[in-house]
Design a protein around this ligand. Structure first.
Ligand SMILES: [Mg+2]
Length: 405
């Protein structure tokens, strides 16, 4: 087996540093945010975030047996080390890649602090001073997973008027781009399993999209997410029916596994089609890009393998003249990691914000001002990710029964 542990010894003293510990903690926001801390003997530590949900703290704990003692400045080598060392239990795809994503980001943070450079500079370039955000909005209650099933609000909460009112509220907050869910409980009334949309269901979605466009006009970018719900023919019909509304994109129309089905849907419509958030590593996204099976690629850096892996996705997207818009349901930690990516990627479009209902979202960082102002986040100039966690706020919102760093 290839050995990715440190083989070289020739390095200047100030960069001859070691990882001393790696920790994870879970903060309960609108999702279970997995925060990662990498400690070093250089007097600096790094913070990262892995995609939400269970299993990450256990996998992070496992990596300590081979990462402690390694040089945190070798970010890319250490991620390969994780993939290789854990290849039999998910290093090629899945939760190990998710855990590695947060460790990777924490390594960039500490590397930046040690070297005195912001993460975007370590990634290669600065193309922009601020990153435009789009706000994930909800007409009814926000998406929630309760007792294993998706919880929906009452049907009237999803009226076209409710969508339009929420769109107005969020535009008035300063956002220039919005996204709503377009998969409705009513889609399942005919049959919950076959992915077929009735004419009535498509007509209802048209009414929702029309109501939002009537309210906010066409100068605001507007996307809708369908959460992998439909059959190919229903996806194509829906995308075609919405063409006149000039959407920013329609997201995740069909289930994520079948590339040729995705290519078929994307090529069938003038409505831009986006997907990518539940794919792991560049290998699971390359075909979509080279086959033009997607108009906007939406990997999640906290899932796909970290910032450098997302850069590799962005490179392949750039080769095919496709913009990249990361999926993001993170705390401010993962969000700020994506902001550095946004600065460093030429074909970066805009970044998701998915925590409108968490009124203490900003409090997780020690800052005087909100992170998002006028719908953008300024790219920080401080070393690393340029953030400082407020440990007291972390403690206050820890997942019940868990401990902090
Ligand atoms: Mg989505």
């Amino acid at each position: 087996m290839r050995n990715y542990s440190q083989q070289t010894t020739n390095r200047s003293d100030e960069r001859d540093v070691q990882i001393t510990d790696i920790k994870a903690c879970v903060v309960e926001g609108n999702f279970e945010w997995n925060l990662i801390k990498v400690e070093t003997d250089a007097g600096e530590y790094g913070i990262g975030e892995s995609y939400r949900g269970g299993g990450v703290p256990e996998l992070v704990e496992y990596t300590k047996r081979f990462l402690v003692g390694e040089n945190p400045l070798d970010v890319e080598r250490l991620v390969r080390y994780i993939f290789q060392e854990m290849s039999g239990h998910g290093g090629t795809t899945g939760k190990v890649v998710t855990a590695a994503s947060g460790i990777e980001t924490a390594l960039w943070d500490v590397a930046g602090k040690i070297l005195g450079l912001p993460v975007y500079q370590l990634l290669g370039s600065k193309y922009r001073d601020e990153v435009r955000m789009y706000c994930d909005c909800h007409a009814g209650e926000a998406y929630a997973v309760e007792d294993g099933a998706t919880a929906y609000a009452e049907a009237e909460a999803y009226s076209p008027e409710a969508y339009a009112a929420e769109a107005r509220r969020v535009v008035d907050m300063g956002f220039s781009a919005l996204k709503f869910d377009l998969d409705l409980a009513a889609d399942n009334e005919n049959d919950p399993y076959n992915g077929r949309l009735t004419n009535r269901a498509i007509a209802e979605k048209r009414e929702i999209v029309a109501a939002v466009r009537d309210e906010i006009g066409y100068d605001i970018d507007l996307a809708f997410d369908c959460h992998w719900d439909y059959s190919v023919e229903s996806a194509k019909r829906l995308a075609r029916e919405l063409e006149e509304f000039d959407l920013m994109w329609l997201e995740d129309l069909i289930p994520p596994e079948n590339m040729s089905a995705q290519i078929e849907v994307t090529r069938s419509t003038n409505t831009p089609v986006a997907t990518g958030e539940n794919r792991f590593r560049v290998f699971e996204l390359s075909e979509l890009l080279y086959e033009h099976g997607v108009d906007i690629i939406t990997p999640d850096p906290t899932t796909v393998g970290g910032l450098a892996e997302t850069m590799r996705v962005a490179d392949r997207a750039e080769e095919n003249y496709i913009p990249l818009s990361p999926h993001n349901v993170c705390s401010p930690v993962g969000t700020m990691a994506c902001v550095h990516l946004g600065a460093a990627v030429p074909n970066f479009d805009l970044l998701e914000f998915h925590a409108l209902e968490v009124d203490w979202w900003d409090d997780l960082l020690v800052r005087d001002e909100p992170l998002i102002q006028d719908g953008v986040i300024e790219v920080p100039e401080r070393p690393g990710l340029g953030i400082e966690l407020d440990e007291a706020v972390v403690e206050e919102h820890l997942l019940e029964g868990t401990t902090g760093f």
